[in-house]
Design a protein around this ligand. Structure first.
Ligand SMILES: *Cc1c(COP(=O)(O)O)cnc(C)c1O
Length: 386
């Protein structure tokens, strides 16, 4: 093995995929309820995106941001059109999108402090690792960027008590993904927004996992009628083509003038073709309504089959971003499900996280519910017999 072992990899090799289905090198088929961690929102190899990429492949792959890139502007218009924001900056990942947001907030406000939350996840670069409220992610790397303060998530009172003129921004996830599929309460999000206005700080919403239709709105903050200054996106943005974006208000434009920030690859023609084709599909009322319906159905079916079990502590989430909190390590469930042909992932030690493609069918949801129910009933039995 010549790879740094930064990942504990499961012992399967996926060699092809279509829609919700993937096949491994032994010919075994799986229902993919991971979607590359909320990346393949249109399923594997969605034809519209494949065609757009193929067309762009025949024209030009990469053009520096030193030149005009009309398809990047179209991709930006789709993002600003789906939000109340005015400008987009393209980069290559979620961490880079958050990195851009942190830099922009500091430069625009002339302040340094940024409030983030415990169990949050914002990325692995130095600034975004520092923003992340999890010691296990920061361990061993020495001093962090010093200007982050971690507040308890969903704690309205703690935010109300902030009276600090040095806060540049509050950065928050609408549903903590890596932290355990933990939705923010409406009251908490409203309080965070009001506090930003009161302090003259920017509201940054990290939509890297929750965005691109995942929860049944283009971006999850839209369920709460929030009015953020900056929104960050990546994961599902390019249907698997690596791309990220930071979207912000027109007032911020001066702080990101020519020469202030950049990216060699960010929003190159291939990436922009993937973004444009993805968003044209996802950011439509009918598509998002279906995500909402399927999410409600999936959650109701899980509740009907599992909520009464002692082993199951909670079933939560929104749209097609669901978590099942259980009484033991959820990784056991992931292994058992994989053996039965369903891919799922954990979020924190005790939460089974389900992120099917947004194009998942009701029949595929039924099949997944059946397997999850089987595996969880078995797990409860095994634990009782110990
Ligand atoms: C995955 C994720 C990131 C980091 O994205 P990368 O593309 O891995 O850098 C940041 N924030 C949230 C909420 C995420 O889920």
């Amino acid at each position: 093995m010549s790879l740094f072992p930064t990942y504990n990899r499961f012992p399967i090799t996926i060699v092809s995929g279509e829609g919700t289905n993937v096949i491994d090198d032994e010919g075994k088929q799986y229902l993919d309820f991971v979607s590359g961690i909320a990346v393949c929102n249109l399923g594997h190899r969605p034809p519209e995106v494949q065609q757009a990429l193929q067309k762009q492949m025949d024209q030009v792959w990469h053009v520096s941001n030193l030149y005009q890139i009309p398809i990047q502007e179209k991709a930006a218009e789709l993002l600003t059109g789906a939000t109340d924001l005015d400008y987009a900056f393209f980069c290559n990942s979620g961490a880079e999108a958050n990195e851009a947001a942190i830099k922009l907030a500091r430069k625009h406000t002339g302040r340094e402090k940024i409030i983030t939350f415990k169990q949050s996840f914002h990325g692995r670069t130095f600034a975004t690792m520092s923003a992340t409220g999890q010691e296990k992610i920061q361990e061993g790397f020495g001093s962090l960027l010093p200007t982050f303060e971690y507040f308890p998530y969903n704690d309205v009172k703690a935010i109300e008590e902030v009276h600090d003129g040095h806060v540049a921004a509050i950065m928050v996830e609408v549903i903590q993904g890596e932290g355990g599929v933990i939705p923010a309460s409406a009251e908490f999000l409203r309080t965070v927004e009001e506090k930003c206005r009161e302090l003259g700080a920017l509201l940054i919403i990290d939509e890297v996992q929750t965005g691109i239709g995942r929860t049944g709105q283009a971006f999850a903050y839209q369920h709460h009628g929030l009015d953020p200054d900056i929104v960050t996106s990546a994961k599902g943005l390019g249907s698997g083509f690596p791309v990220g974006a930071m979207i912000g208000r027109s007032e911020l434009v001066e702080a990101f003038s020519a020469g202030s920030h950049g990216s060699t690859f960010g929003g190159n023609p291939l990436a922009s073709a993937a973004v444009k084709a993805t968003l044209e599909e996802v950011f439509t009322v009918s598509f998002l309504e279906k995500v909402e319906q399927k999410g409600t159905y999936f959650k109701e079916e899980l509740e009907a089959n599992l909520a009464s079990l002692e082993y199951v502590k909670d079933i939560r989430g929104q749209g097609l971003m669901l978590g099942i909190e259980v009484q033991s390590e959820a990784i056991q469930l992931v292994h058992s499900l994989r053996e039965k042909g369903l891919l799922a992932v954990i979020a924190g030690p005790n939460v089974l996280r389900l992120l099917p493609p947004l194009t998942v069918t009701e029949a595929e949801i039924d099949q997944a519910v059946l397997l999850i129910t089987e595996v969880i009933h078995q797990q409860q039995k095994d634990l009782q017999n110990v």
